[in-house]
Structures are given as C-alpha cells and as structure tokens.
Design a protein. Structure first.
Length: 738
C-alpha cells in the first residue's frame, strides 16, 4: 500500500482476549483437568496427583495437579508456557522417552483459568539444584482497558524447596500413596513417583464447589483418559502413566488410583479388530455361551477417502437383570453393574493412547447407534450396552485432525469413512449376536402369509345335510375371505413398493439435485438478462433487443432441457408409488431389467461397478413394477457388497436369464463381492435381518415375497457363483410360459 499516510501496524490484543479464548477452548472443569493431565503426560510423568482441598484456610479451596515429569526450566517458562501456540511441540512431536506429544495447540494454560482465579506453578528438572516459580491472577485479565502486554506475570528461580527431600512435594506423594494399601490400587507402579522433580500446578479461589456429581464426572472422564488397551499398542509409553485422586473426607470414597470399574470385567460379547489403510479388517469375536472365539477377515466399506489404519475393541452387555447379574459372577449386584455400565458406556476415541473428547461421553451418539436402533430395537446395539475403544495415532491417521478446541475431530470425508467402518464392525458383532437369539422354531415358508384357507370340505359336509341356508352362509363367508385376501394382497403390494421406494430416495435426491441446481442458475441468469435490458448497469448502454431475446431464449432452453431430465428421472420412479397395480401385460423382460438398472445408474457409477445384462428378448406376461422391484432389491444388495472391495479389485455384477423348462424362468444375479458368510446363510431372507451398516433387512424379504406370492416361485441363494461372490436365483413359475 502506498500513500502520504501509509505505515506498518500490528495487532495489540486486550488482556481479556485470554479469558475469551479460554472459555471457547475449555468447555468444563472436567475438560480443564484432562488438559492439565495431558500436559503431565507430555512431560514424561509416570504419576499425576490431583488433590482437592476445600478445608478452611487462606489457600482453600484449591486444586493441586502434581506430576513427576521432566519439569521446566526458566527458559521453558519464558519461551514455552508464556508463549501460547508455541511451535515447539509441532517441531518435536515425541517426548524424550518416546511418547507422542498430545498438546500441540497450547491450550493447557487456559485450563487453569477455567478452574480458579489464582495460579501458582512450581517446577524442577532432574539435574537442577533450583526450582522455578510462576504466579498470576486471572482476575487481572478482566480489566477491559488493559492490553495483554500490560499484564505482568511474576516468575523467579530459587533453591529447591518444594521439591527438596524434606519439601512439601515428597510429603504430598507419601500421603497420596497411602491409598496403595487398598485392593483396587494393586495396579500402582511399585517403583513410586520421582518426588524431587516434576511440576506443581496449584489453582486457588475455585469458581465453584466440587459436588459428588462433579467428582463422579471427573473420575469417569479421567478413568477413560488413557485407553485400557494402550499397553498393546504403546507399551513403552502410556502403560506406565497413572492418575491418583486425593479428595477431602466428604469425597473420600472416590480417592485413589483412577481406573476402569472392576464390575465390568465380564462382558457377554467382545470384538477385537485390526483395520489397515485399505479397509481390510482382521476380526476376532467372543460370543456369550460359546467356547473360544471366531476369527475372520472382511473388507470394510469406504467412501473413497481413507481414514487410515486403526484398532477397535468392543465389549457388549445385555442389560436385562438376569444377564447383568450373571456377568457380575456374584461379586457385584445388578444395581452396581448397571450403574458402572451407565458411567462407562459409549465408544471412545484414543489418539496415541490418550482420549479425544467428547466421543463416548453421555449423550454423544457420534456413530448414530441409538438412532439406527429405533427401527430394530432388539437387533441393534445402543450406546448404553457397549464400551468401546478406537485407537488411532497422529502419524498413521493424518487426515483425522483435532478441532481447535481439542474436543472432537474435524468433520470431513476421513471422519465419515471412520464412522462407516466402525459401524460395519459393530454390525458384524450384532449379526452373530442375533444368531444366538434367533427363535429355533421351524420357519413358515415364504408366501405362507397368503396360503389359501379352503372351505371346500366344510361346504361338502353342509351340502350332504341338505341345509341350503347354512350352505349359503358358508359360500358368503368364502367370498368375503377371498375379497379380504385380495385386499390384503394389494395393501402388501403397496407397502412393498413404498419400502423399495424408500431405499431409492437417495437416488432420487442425487439424480434430481444437479438438474434442479442447473435450472435455478439458468433462471437467475435469465432474470439478470431482463433486468440489464430494463435497467442497464451504470455507464453501460442498453443491450440490443435481439441480443437480449437470444440470451434469454438460451437460458429458457437450458431450463426446458433440465426440466426434461427431472421429468425423466421421476417417471422412472413413478411405478413405485402407492397407486393400485394394473393387470399384468406382455412385456420384454430384458427391457424391464434395463429400466430397473437405470434407476440405480448413479450408484453404479459412483461405486465403479461393471454390470453385464442379458441381450436376448423374452416376452412374458407380468407386472412390470413387480419385476423391477425384484431386480432393484437384488441389484442394490450386490452393489453395496461389491463396493466394499478395495480399489483395484474387480467389481462386477452379472444379470442373466435362464429357462430350465418351458413354464419356468430364472433371473440370476451374481456378483464378485465377499459372498455371504456361512453362519448367516439361513437368516438372510428373514425380515429385518441385515449384515450391512444402516440396512433395514427388507430387500431380500420383499423380493422373495414377490417371487413366491405372485409368481409361484422361489428366491434362493446359490452355493456358488461364477464371479466368486454371492449368487441369487429368482425362479418364476406363473405367467412366464413360452
């Protein structure tokens, strides 16, 4: 910029900016404590002591967070702690002992402002004879007239006093370790804390009094801060990190080392999965009442953007009283187990062994488990039934980025891909869980709903008695039954069409969305053309009459073309509405198949699936919509499973026709997908049974009912197919004769 008064200037923030940032970045006292504990973890601490003191005194109430980490020098205080958003941790992503650094955005200092008014920090490094001290009053930052650089923070250095052998630091550690005598603290390291080094963070003038509920929430949150599976992936780093609570007498029951509740050691079902970058999953499942485990591999769905590799651990409980009591093994009551499960349930995310909030918090349904359970409450799991740990790391999952406030991951394709993959893993467990709960009674064959209730024997018996009046009553009853039978068939047909249409709504929205957008843009452009003619832009001449008309005509033609596209799409879906069916008429079956395939054209292109269609011409007398419903349900099922194959794998679906006899016709749909696992082959035609994330479990049921009820045939899953995946054969035996 040039000019007579141009000059260079800089931002000069007001002091209250620090408090504004803190309130935005730290949402609650529990989150504040978690941030301070993360700082201790980054400092290579083995122990963290959180001491709450609400007794009378000049410094009470107060919270102390004491660790035995590497400590800070005066240079670190000046160049790191007093420099928010310092790049040090971005440049050095590993701690001296090899831990992946958790704090990269420098928000830990704001946590102290969330907890109280006065802050004191004392720190000592291992090889230093001195300790450093910092103190500040967050109330100074409330001054609306003060600038940030006008707030003075006291720092200094002195001979070790707090961290000296006879100092308050070792005394605090000795007092806190009295809890080691309790049975539940047997997990404490036997070496003990390094009491003459580390960092003390003391906050006084607390903003609120900590209640039992506050402490329960903090204990629950801290108990899940470190993954219980961390020692399997970060054995040398996170497994030696322990948190201890030292609370006043009124809260003494919550004092001691923080860890998962012992009552939840015996889940009814378990799943462990290791997923690589391409979505290939190695899965192991343990089922209630079954000896040993089941291991298998599968390919998880992908949206084209990989979230990266991850590990997933899931524990599941049935929540009825007998089941929960059984899982406790008599060591805990039903109420104790239920309360422990309520406090710990949910699926948490851990990055480098440390928890990412708010995933797994009460009310946080980040995977949509509770929403998907509404339609199938007995088949789907809810958040209240599960405890899950999802393990990622910054180096292997760079596309999963923390939000600025350190609570949650940034929404985008990578997070969506992660959610989709985890839901499918949960579906794998749900499927096998449901197999154990299936009623073992013999199943009615498909089509039993409309099995005719013949009255011929009753009519013959009445006729033999020559009772004309009773015979007429029986005949009237038979006519009413037939009429009701026809009516029910029509109602079911409508529901079948609507159910199929429900599965196609996304297709309608996708295919109509683009031309609607094009119409809108063309209409806006046309309006601008007309407005420019009536009111030319300032300084511009009025465009000619012919030029204006031609430009407007071009836009109207664009609208007409796009409206035609919309009409064409809607016409393809019209037969699946709720209108009454007409009489079957002669059609070319291959043409009906092509029309059905065209409805799924968008999904086929998106999934990059190669479709092979029959090239013959077979005339049959059938209902066009019924046949298309069968094709769409079978085809959409194959598209889903084929789309799960990793990039580069052949994605093929073949639709063929075969006439075994003159009065039979078979439609065969084969795909190159993963196939149907042997343990669920007998259940796939059951209503509401689905082995896919978000599946309603109606597609195969609808197709089977149509084939059986209207065409006297059957829908079967063949033992093998030409493409190596699943092969379904729909055989029609009515109205398809040559």
């Amino acid at each position: 910029m040039t000019g007579t008064d141009s000059r260079s200037q800089a931002f000069r923030p007001r002091a209250r900016l620090m408090l504004t940032l803190g309130s935005e970045l730290i949402s609650s006292p529990t989150v504040a404590l978690a941030e301070l504990v993360k700082n201790s973890y980054d400092a290579d601490a083995s122990y963290v002591l959180i001491k709450l003191d609400d007794t009378a005194g000049p410094d009470a109430p107060s919270i102390i967070v004491l660790d035995d980490g590497v400590g800070m020098s005066m240079d670190a205080i000046s160049r790191t702690w007093l420099e928010p958003a310092t790049p040090n941790r971005r440049r050095s992503r590993k701690s001296p002992v090899g831990r992946r650094v958790l704090g990269e955005k420098g928000v830990g200092r704001f946590a102290t402002a969330k907890l109280g008014q006065l802050l004191t920090i004392v720190s000592r490094q291992q090889d230093s004879a001195d300790e450093v001290e910092l103190s500040l009053d967050w109330r100074d930052f409330h001054d609306e007239d003060a600038y940030l650089d006008e707030i003075h923070i006291l720092t200094g250095s002195r001979s070790a006093r707090f961290f000296s052998p006879q100092g308050e630091g070792p005394l605090l550690w000795n007092k806190s370790l009295r809890y080691a005598g309790r049975p539940e603290t047997s997990e404490l390291n036997t070496v003990g804390p390094r009491s003459e080094q580390g960092t003390l963070v003391k906050i006084t003038g607390l903003h609120s009094r900590w209640s039992v509920e506050n402490v329960k929430e903090a204990q629950r949150s801290l108990s899940r801060l470190i993954s219980p599976f961390a020692d399997q992936k970060w054995r040398e780093t996170a497994s030696d990190f322990q948190i201890i609570l030292d609370l006043p007498e009124r809260l003494a029951e919550f004092s001691g080392p923080v860890g998962p509740p012992a009552e939840l050691g015996s889940p009814h079902y378990r799943l462990e999965a290791k997923v690589n970058n391409s979505g290939h999953a190695e899965i192991e499942i343990w089922l209630r009442g079954k000896e040993g485990s089941t291991k298998f591999d599968t390919q998880l769905p992908s949206n084209g953007t990989s979230c990266g590799p991850f590990d997933f651990y899931l524990k599941v409980w049935e929540r009825d009283r007998p089941s929960l009591t059984e899982s406790g093994g008599g060591a805990a009551t039903y109420r104790e187990i239920r309360e422990a499960l309520d406090a710990a349930s949910g699926i948490s995310v851990y990055r480098d062994g440390f928890r990412v909030l708010p995933y797994g918090e009460p009310g946080n349904d980040w995977l949509g488990l509770d929403r998907r359970r509404i339609n199938s409450p007995t088949r789907r799991l809810s958040n209240s039934q599960v405890i899950g740990q999802l393990l990622i790391d910054r180096d292997s999952n760079p596309a999963l980025i923390d939000q600025t406030n350190r609570e949650g991951l940034v929404s985008g394709p990578a997070l969506s891909d992660l959610q989709s993959k985890v839901r499918q893993l949960i579906t794998e467990l749900e499927t096998r869980r449901n197999l154990l709960r299936v009623d073992k009674k013999p199943k009615d064959p498909i089509g039993r709903l409309f099995e005719r209730r013949e009255l011929s024997e009753l009519k013959e018996a009445v006729a033999a008695r020559s009772d004309d009046s009773l015979l007429r009553l029986v005949e009237d009853a038979e006519e009413k039954i037939e009429a009701r039978d026809t009516e029910i068939r029509e109602v079911l047909a409508r529901y079948q069409r609507l159910a199929t249409l429900g599965q196609l709504i996304d297709q309608v929205v996708h295919e109509v969305g683009q031309p609607v957008s094009a119409c809108r843009k063309a209409a806006l452009a046309g309006i601008e053309i007309i407005e420019d003619w009536f009111n030319p832009p300032f300084g511009n001449p009025r465009p000619s009459h012919d030029e204006t008309l031609e430009r407007a005509r071009t836009k109207f033609e664009k609208i007409r073309q796009q409206a035609g596209t919309i009409n064409e799409v809607l016409n393809r879906f019209t037969p699946f509405g709720g209108r009454k069916r007409g009489r079957p008429h002669t059609i070319v079956l291959e043409r009906a198949i092509r029309e059905a395939v065209s409805i799924l054209d968008g999904e086929i292109k998106k999934s990059k699936v190669q479709i092979s269609l029959p090239e013959s011409e077979t005339s049959v007398t059938v209902d066009n919509t019924e046949i298309q419903e069968v094709v769409i349900n079978l085809l959409s099922n194959s598209i889903y499973w084929v789309s799960r194959l990793p990039a580069g794998s052949p994605r093929k679906i073949d639709l063929t026709l075969h006439r075994p006899t003159g009065s039979e016709l078979s439609l065969i749909v084969s795909d190159s997908g993963p196939g149907v696992p042997s343990e669920i082959r007998d259940q796939i035609f059951d209503p509401y049974f689905s082995n896919r994330d978000g599946g309603m479990g109606l597609g195969l049921t609808i197709a089977g009912e149509i084939v059986s009820d209207y065409y006297g045939g059957e829908l079967v899953l063949e033992p093998a197919g030409p493409l190596g995946g699943a092969t379904f054969r729909a055989t029609l035996r009515r109205r398809v004769g040559e």
